[in-house]
Design a protein around this ligand. Structure first.
Ligand SMILES: Nc1ncnc2c1ncn2[C@@H]1O[C@H](COP(=O)(O)OP(=O)(O)O)[C@@H](O)[C@H]1O
Ligand SMILES: [Mg+2]
Length: 277
């Protein structure tokens, strides 16, 4: 399998007045045209890993790596302009809440067609056609009507599907989905994830699916890496979840209620300083 993305010893740190915060502390993995899950509790460095790959680390953050390679492009050496051109066109990122990514004053359809027009030299009519087709691909039943709505006029689930449409319209090769459905109702979550999953496999894309929910990630990914305190503590095939070796992974499994199960009280996640060493 040819690697779409190679990450070697990625580190992200933030100097502060009281010392350096090490958000990511030497993360390594490769990704082909497959679905990789990154899980870990809040603050373990998942989003910072995704943002560094995307080139969206806040200015005061310091990113280093032995290697950060996307399809033969050395991302560490790429200029700000090159990184910007890659974003949306070849690497896309979906965030938790569409409210922060969709422009509230622009209609959904226009946002999708303008995204397309920033990456490809096409006319307005063609952009509109392709935006409508993309809305249909994310299973929006009445694309013509939704095209002219503003983000606040649609439900959270529909907003997130519009967001997926916007992110995939230019045909990226890699999608980073960072807790893409955590803000949605449980019933809507699975619908949206299934749509995303289908589009990713139909288009032969690579997917990095970031979530704190180990079971959810395993059901949508081929492989899972488990992060704790900025490091990878375990990597395993999703099918081997039951055989997780690391006590932290086992803890994550035990903390996630299975759908339909009623366990009161929920167990508390165990943490040990030596796991962060
Ligand atoms: N802008 C920032 N400035 C300083 N520290 C940050 C910043 N963003 C994130 N961090 C630190 O990085 C750690 C990892 O954050 P993040 O990757 O967002 O965690 P996760 O996505 O796993 O919940 C956090 O614990 C936080 O201390
Ligand atoms: Mg996060």
């Amino acid at each position: 399998m040819t690697a779409l993305l190679t990450v070697e010893k990625l580190k992200v740190s933030y100097p502060t007045r009281t010392g350096v915060i090490e958000a990511v502390r030497g993360v390594s993995f490769t990704l082909g045209k497959e679905r990789l899950g990154i899980v870990g509790e809040s603050g373990s460095g998942k989003s910072q890993t995704g943002r560094a790959i995307m080139g969206l680390t806040p200015k005061h953050g310091i990113v280093t790596a032995d290697r950060l390679d996307f399809n033969g492009i050395d991302l560490l050496k790429a200029s700000a302009g090159e990184r910007r051109r890659l974003r949306g066109k070849r690497i896309a990122m979906i965030l938790q809440d569409p409210k922060y990514s969709l422009d509230p004053v622009m209609t959904i359809g226009r946002q999708i067609s303008e995204t397309l027009r920033t990456h490809e030299k096409i006319g307005k009519a063609e952009a509109r056609e392709r935006a409508l087709a993309m809305l249909e691909a994310v299973q929006i039943r009445d694309p013509q009507r939704v095209y002219d709505l503003h983000p606040h006029e649609v439900s959270g689930g529909m907003g997130q599907r519009a967001m997926i449409a916007m992110m995939l319209v230019a045909g990226p090769e890699l999608l980073i989905a960072d807790e893409p459905t955590s803000a949605l109702d449980v019933t809507v979550q699975l619908d949206v994830l299934r749509i995303m999953d289908r589009l990713v496999s139909e288009r032969g894309m690579g997917l990095i699916f970031v979530s704190h929910d180990l079971r959810l990630v395993s059901s949508f990914c081929d492989r899972v890496i488990v992060m704790y305190a900025g490091k990878i503590v375990e990597e395993l095939a999703a099918a081997d979840l039951k055989h997780a070796q690391h006590p932290y992974t086992q803890g994550l499994l035990n903390c996630m209620p299975e759908i339909g199960a009623s366990r009161h009280p929920l167990p508390v996640l165990d943490r040990r300083p030596e796991w962060a060493a």
